[in-house]
Design a protein. Structure first.
Length: 309
């Protein structure tokens, strides 16, 4: 297995390329005798840039082409932002490694204002995420939320052109692209609960390639894996895609895992919250429990109304 070549299917955005190169470097340092190549490609999600994501629907918009490349033998693994990875994988594929999480919080970015609280009445905030939108609207009903699409650099350029007073981005993306100084505030999870898997990078490959799966194991980060497992179990039970007003955030304290979950209506008028503490070995049950609490509060109706739109 010393002369194995691992080909990484990746999107071409700066953040996707950073993540693929990160995995490439980690694989090479864990296994100095293998080679690792990048196979960059465009996905459907990259091409439809003028439609709000929530309206496009369709799970896994950003990853299908990567899976096609793997099933056609043009690539061996796909590196994903865990946030963009749907609950279910195509037959024969699975998530076989979750790398250490970067800061999972949402970031407040502005050239003028220091925080959400600092924004004047009626200020314009850019985000296309229903999760961010519902939580910001709940905290500040007076603000105007305007759609904001594109990769991280495009979104920052739109802010700099003056189209928005502030925008909300994942802190992890800005940190990885060495733009930490753009972050005015890390938004507390009590104000904006992060997305399932935010800040974590996962690796997908065929389930039947045991040799490859073994090579990935040194990159797996057990704490991140448990946290993301709990978050994703909640999402699975809610049947949530990635473009829904769902937040889920787990933290670990020794072998205790604490999970907080949220489902909101896009206008911010309803925010359902639930939480659960338990043993880390129970991560999946904790996720299911939080989802069941949310469902008993009416989350199913909120999500159903959205899917019908
Ligand atoms: N949906 C796009 C996306 N997917 C992952 C990240 C950021 C990095 C991460 O969460 O790992 C972003 C950008 C953003 O939400 O600002």
């Amino acid at each position: 297995m010393s002369d194995r070549v691992i080909r990484i299917a990746t999107r071409k955005s700066a953040l996707a390329m950073w993540q693929a190169e990160y995995v490439q470097a980690k694989l090479l340092s864990a296994h100095p005798h293998i080679s690792v190549e990048l196979v960059p490609m465009s996905t459907q999600g990259d091409r439809i840039l003028d439609t709000p994501l929530a309206k496009i629907g369709g799970k896994g918009l950003f990853i299908k082409e990567l899976e096609v490349a793997m099933s056609e033998g043009r690539a061996d693994i796909a590196v994903h932002s865990m946030k963009d990875v749907p609950v279910d994988f195509p037959e024969g594929f699975g998530l076989h490694c979750i790398c250490e999480r970067e800061n999972p919080y949402d970031a407040f970015v502005s050239n003028t204002y220091a925080s959400i609280e600092d924004l004047p009445q009626g200020a314009v905030v850019g985000t296309s995420s229903l999760r961010r939108q519902c939580q910001i609207r709940s905290a500040r009903p007076d603000l105007t939320i305007r759609d904001l699409r594109g990769n991280v650099n495009t979104r920052l350029a739109k802010l700099d052109e003056g189209q928005y007073d502030a925008i909300i981005l994942a802190a992890a993306g800005l940190i990885r692209l060495e733009m930490r100084e753009r972050i005015k505030t890390y938004i507390e999870p009590t104000v904006s609960l992060p997305a399932v898997g935010q800040g974590a990078v996962g690796i997908e490959c065929r389930d039947d390639d045991a040799e490859l799966i073994a090579l990935l194991q040194p990159l797996n980060h057990a704490d991140t894996e448990s946290r993301v497992k709990a978050e994703r179990a909640m999402n699975a039970k809610l049947d949530g895609g990635c473009q829904v007003p769902i937040g889920s955030y787990a933290v670990l304290n020794g072998d205790e895992l604490y999970l907080r979950g949220l489902v909101g209506s896009p206008d911010g008028s309803v925010l359902l919250l639930a939480e659960k503490r338990g043993k880390v070995s129970d991560a999946i049950n904790i996720g299911v429990d939080v989802a069941e609490q949310l469902l008993s509060q009416g989350a199913g109706e909120i999500l159903k109304a959205l899917y019908q739109d």
